[in-house]
Design a protein around this ligand. Sequence first.
Ligand code: UD1
Length: 416
Amino acid sequence: MDAIRIYGGKVLSGQTKIQGSKNASLPILAATLLIDGCCEIENCPDISDVYHMLRLLESLGCRVTRRESGVLVDTRGVKEGDMPSDSVGVMRSSIMLLGALLARTGLVAMEYPGGCVIGKRPIDQHLRALRRMGVEITEGQEGFCARATRLRGAVHELPFVSVGVTENLILAAVLAEGETVIHPAAREPEIQALCEFLIRAGGKISGVGTDCLVVKGVKKLYPVRFYVPADRIVAGTYLSACLCAGGRVFLADAPCGQMQSVIDCAKRMGGRLREMPEGLLVEGKACRSLESRLVTAVYPGFPTDLQSLFMVVMAVSGLGGEIEETVFENRFRIVPELIKLGADIRVRGNRARICMGSRLCNTIVEAKELRGGAALVVAALSAEGTGIVTNRHYIDRGYEDITRSLRELGADIELA
Ligand code: UD1
């Protein structure tokens, strides 16, 4: 039902088209709330996180129409309201609605957001920064209430780089009074996409792509049509599948320019990659161990979202390696599952050592979060025998149809 069956040992061959980016779509969908009218978000992926975001928008009074090419969001009926707690509960990005809704209605009551359990993931910095813009926030056990008659621009010197906080502040600042400075701002490509969307709608943002964003508040934004760029993490997932199973795959639309740290790492592990304007060609298996530790970092560093996938590459290839996770403190939840498959991995604090030489054999393993779940599927592709990955719903949060895509790439895989 909620599982995937994988017949391991097949060499990959084929091509698949990389879906639109989850982490770009979610804040852009939240941003439609700032625009009184109808926006068209093209290439918006058909994944459960987007479904939940659309449900939240509907509960706030938006009219949402799904089309083949994307989603239409008509925000003319937006009113104050409670958000359905089941959607807020499952998805951390519901916090993204906070900045946008405050700008639109001045009042938000919501439960603390959920999302993958990959660390503490508090929202303290979101709330602290919004208070600086004139938002009054009352916190309770289960949730909080935020109120602002008028949002004021502010200078934010943030204690560390956060993707979500940067996005929330941009959303709160575009229609605020005066100027907002965000430093250090996250530079992830998804932030650039959000800024491009808002600039096209009439927002004034400078410093896009740098660690210092300056947002000048405007009175009004206008409806636009926007094409969501391809998902660099999904592309990285199928890249790692090829490094594990071997073969030759073409990842159409893969955003190579946004994947340099990952492409570089894959090349150092012996993968042959060709970057093209139409996508990424990947050939061969990982056959060299990395000389140095793989360290996750904010963009343009190696993305934490691909950490478990490259742990799998190190484990199934038998090459081993070392990983240091610097973004989330609890992102090694996949390790006990990989040990069930026969891997020898030792975790100490935020470091993991993947020992050389193990041979992986398929069995039943459990997805515990989105990327870790995808990584287990990738591991099973090149382990011996038939494997099952349970809790598919975690994977469905971010992949349109991972079994279809991997079948297109030649894997023997089906829903179970
Ligand atoms: C986003 C991405 C997620 C990615 C992550 C890091 C989306 C929907 N999700 O998550 O896929 O893995 O960036 O690239 O875009 N923190 C606090 N207090 C806060 C906010 C964050 O302590 O108020 C901490 C977090 O616990 C974490 C670190 O800051 O340790 C970075 O988190 P952040 O960049 O905010 O990640 P998200 O926006 O949640």
